[in-house]
Write a protein that binds this ligand. Sequence first.
Ligand code: CUA
Length: 157
Amino acid sequence: MNIHTYEKLWLIAAMVLIVGFIATITYGSVALGITMVGDQEDTIEPRELSEDDRFGEPRVEQVGENEYEAYVVARTFMFQPDPIEIPENSEVTFYVTARDVIHSFSVAGTNINTMAIPGEIATMTAEFDEPGEYGIVCNEYCGSGHHNMEGELHVLP
Ligand code: CUA
């Protein structure tokens, strides 16, 4: 019958919520058949993107038998490269950054969804088992062309 008891209860409730969120996200990834591994951020100088080994020429690069790396640049109002083309049964690590303002890199129908922030590199890995075509959209308002900022991801047979 004191404040400490209530504080403890709220703390426990908050912990339960956090664990619940993590469980939901983990379950969502597995259920879709698109496996997300990790999500860490690195930094880069936006003004030097053009000279950067990875982002100077946005592309998909094969780095192993079934492993690929995609260097993606979001800018007003497009994604580069477009389309992003990868073969089926591949594991792709995306490195995403923005050239000018904050965008997002959101692959419709998958769990691939990250903010694209100038100066930061978002990293995520996904597996693509089946051929298919996905739309890529920008979910962060970025200016007059925001609603037309689209790209495509093709998983080729
Ligand atoms: Cu880019 Cu909205």
